[in-house]
Design a protein around this ligand. Structure first.
Ligand SMILES: Cc1cc2nc3c(=O)[nH]c(=O)nc-3n(C[C@H](O)[C@H](O)[C@H](O)COP(=O)(O)OP(=O)(O)OC[C@H]3O[C@@H](n4cnc5c(N)ncnc54)[C@H](O)[C@@H]3O)c2cc1C
Ligand code: FES
Length: 261
């Protein structure tokens, strides 16, 4: 499946993770076979489209949500409620319809025989959950995850919280150098807020370690049309804008022009 497809699928299962986070599961074998770790879907609650139409309002935009899990045709999304679009998704229950466009974006490259560090922050956790499942049998993998507080962290090898409520106290990048040395890391994948990714990229560049980042960018169309999600990619002297939703969200960390973001 080369181009993202539009579908409506019923929610098979909904799971609560905390006050803000929840999981939605759908079932589609064709989409399951097409999806890769790091790709995402533009999703919208069908009810929110109907509500808007009935009220004569402009419908809410589709929201980019990463593939959290993909077992055959059982596809999971882990979502944090932050604004109107994700609040509408949070109202979905089993049997309700989800609109989907995807799988979209390029996904992470997969390697074998590497010593890998995964670094995630906040809602950067879901794509790395799927990624570590793809990597774990053929690589040595150590996963660090950080969040603002206890409610923002989930199972992994090393947890960091900014308020110190659980795990190590501080920002997750604070532990990167230690773990790179301890596990002799030669490949890094990261996903999270831009400042976190910029810090992680600075460390990998300084140490000369290959590093792939999945960028979070505000998306309007989510399908490569509006160019609203474009970021500067290339070398210092020769860069161009690339769309996070089409050419990304995964880029080589050294190719992102962090100084221009
Ligand atoms: C490729 C990609 C994959 C993503 N995967 C997931 C995922 O798996 N699970 C998940 O919960 N979220 C994910 N997100 C983030 C999610 O798309 C946003 O949280 C969502 O679009 C917010 O929509 P909203 O209508 O609820 O909030 P809005 O009303 O659009 O925004 C609420 C507040 O959050 C801020 N905000 C919204 N989106 C972003 C953003 N991307 N970066 C920084 N600030 C933002 C806004 O400025 C505003 O202050 C992903 C984003 C991208 C680009
Ligand atoms: S969001 Fe429109 S081109 Fe990426």
């Amino acid at each position: 499946m080369n181009n993202p497809q539009y579908r409506q699928r019923a929610i098979q299962l909904r799971e609560e993770l905390s006050d803000d986070y929840f999981l939605l599961w759908i079932w589609d074998e064709a989409l399951g076979a097409a999806g890769k770790a790091g790709q995402f879907y533009d999703v919208r609650a069908l009810a929110s489209l109907k509500d808007a139409q009935n009220a004569g309002k402009i419908p809410k935009l589709f929201k980019p949500i990463s593939i959290y899990d993909n077992q055959g045709g059982r596809i999971g999304f882990m979502i944090k409620k932050v604004g109107e679009g994700t609040a509408a998704l949070s109202k979905l229950r089993a049997g309700d319809l989800l609109e989907l466009i995807g799988p979209a974006g390029n996904g992470f490259p997969i390697f074998q025989g590497k010593r890998i560090l995964l670094v995630s922050g906040g809602i950067g956790y879901p794509p790395l959950w799927y990624l570590q499942k793809e990597l774990i049998n053929h690589n040595q993998v150590y996963w660090m995850h950080g969040g603002a507080r206890q409610g923002d962290v989930f199972p992994c090898d090393e947890i960091w919280t900014e308020d110190g409520s659980i795990g190590r106290h501080g920002r997750v990048c604070g532990g990167m150098r230690e773990n790179i040395a301890k596990y002799d890391v030669n490949l890094i994948y990261s996903c999270g807020p831009m400042p976190m990714l910029a810090s992680a990229a600075e460390i990998s560049q300084e140490l000369g370690i290959e590093h792939y980042v999945s960028l979070e960018s505000y998306m309007a169309c989510g399908i490569g049309v509006c160019h609203g999600c474009a970021v500067p990619i290339g070398s210092k002297d020769d860069w161009d804008y690339h769309r996070v939703c089409k050419e990304g969200p995964v880029f080589k960390a050294e190719e992102v022009r962090w100084e221009l973001l």
